[in-house]
Every structure is written in C-alpha cells, then in structure tokens.
Write a protein that binds this ligand. Structure first.
Ligand SMILES: CC(C)(COP(=O)(O)OP(=O)(O)OC[C@H]1O[C@@H](n2cnc3c(N)ncnc32)[C@H](O)[C@@H]1OP(=O)(O)O)[C@@H](O)C(=O)NCCC(=O)NCCS
Length: 172
C-alpha cells in the first residue's frame, strides 16, 4: 500500500468493515474502545450519528470535535484523528487540539506522521491558530510524529497518570 494514496475523509459507511476489523486490532492491544465491534457493525448508522453530533452538539463537559479517518483506496480505514475545535481546562492538560491513532497493522509506515500533518491542516482550516498536541512522555512514536510536524515542547506535566504528559505547541 503506498502512503501517497492515503487521504482524510469523514467517517462513512463504505469503510465500515475495515473500521470494525481495526477496532478488533485496538482491542487486541488492550486499547479502550467505546463500542463493541459487533454492535458497531450492526448499528453503524447510529455510530456515525454520534460522531456527527459531537461536532455541533457535544455531551456535557466536551468541546465540539471533528473525527476524520485516514483511508486508502482498496484498503479502507487506516487510522483516525480527532480535531477539537477549542480547548477546555482538561484538554489544556491532557488531550490538546488533536488526537490520532493508526491501526496496529499499519504502524511504522509513516501514516502517524501523515495523519498528524493532515489533522493540523484541518485545524488550520477551522481557524485554530496555535495548536496544542499532547502525548505520554514514554510514547516515543507519538513524540516523533509531533516533532516531525513542527511541535515545540513546552513542558512535561504530572496528570497523575503514572507517566508525565508532554505538551507541544505547533505555532500558527
Ligand atoms: C503513535 C502512532 C500514531 C504512531 O503511528 P505510526 O504510523 O507508527 O507513525 P510513523 O510511522 O509516522 O512513525 C513516526 C516515527 O516514530 C517512530 N515510531 C513509531 N512507533 C514507534 C514506537 N512504538 N517506538 C519507537 N519509535 C516509534 C517511527 O520509527 C518513526 O521514526 P522516524 O521518523 O525516525 O523514522 C501509533 O503508534 C499509534 O496509533 N499509537 C497508539 C495511539 C497513540 O499513541 N496515539 C497518539 C496519542 S498522543
């Protein structure tokens, strides 16, 4: 699969099967997922509605956020990025404007660096100036992704998670 053909798109029914397979991969690496993959498969429309609602009418305590999927023709879902339209107190400490993940079977091929770059471009399109991106201090892959995209380390803070949180800014 060539990286050049991967692009960001809104979550869509046509990528349902590859997304469900990826959720199984996330579960195998012990990542928390919000929906069981088989429920997701059956009620995919509802899942898409929940994502759309998060953009304009978020749940209490959440800020509006857009989720986009990195996909490639003939392959489907590779990863996703959440772009939060603004920060709240909690996101300023952990989470930031942009969060991303690449399905385990597609890692270490440059897609992490690409999805972060495209997520930053989307944040710019939304009018966000300085962009905060955070990662765990021991998440070497993510730190490299952020630094490759111009992130400048501000500090490492203790969020009582057993590992410090790195806070990077990509300046406007
Ligand atoms: C972090 C993550 C997005 C990286 O995705 P990826 O597709 O592997 O990233 P890339 O292929 O673009 O790799 C970028 C760099 O990080 C390195 N890297 C990737 N994973 C690594 C790891 N586990 N340990 C050390 N280095 C790693 C790559 O070798 C590459 O280095 P290089 O630029 O020197 O060649 C992916 O591991 C992931 O989804 N992790 C789980 C979710 C997560 O942690 N998200 C980030 C939250 S802040």
């Amino acid at each position: 699969m060539s990286q050049g053909k991967a692009f960001l798109t809104r979550p869509h029914e046509r990528h349902r099967d590859s997304f469900v397979e990826a959720v199984y991969e996330y579960i195998r690496e012990k990542r928390t997922v919000n929906w069981h993959p088989e429920i997701l498969r059956e009620r995919f429309d509802e899942y898409l509605r929940v994502l759309r609602q998060a953009e304009t009418d978020p749940l209490a305590g959440m800020v509006p956020a857009t989720q986009l999927w990195l996909v490639a023709d003939g392959h489907g879902y590779i990863g996703d990025v959440d772009v939060r339209h603004r920060l709240n107190q909690s996101l300023r400490r952990f989470g930031g404007h942009i969060g991303y993940k690449i399905r385990p079977s597609c890692r270490r091929r440059g897609y992490g660096t690409l999805i972060c770059r495209l997520g930053i471009a989307h944040a710019r399109w939304l009018g966000i100036g300085d962009i905060l991106i955070t990662c765990d201090d021991d998440n070497l892959g993510s730190a490299k992704v952020i630094e490759a995209n111009g992130g400048v380390l501000q500090d490492r803070i203790d969020n009582q998670r057993g590992v410090l949180t790195r806070r990077y800014w990509v300046r406007a």
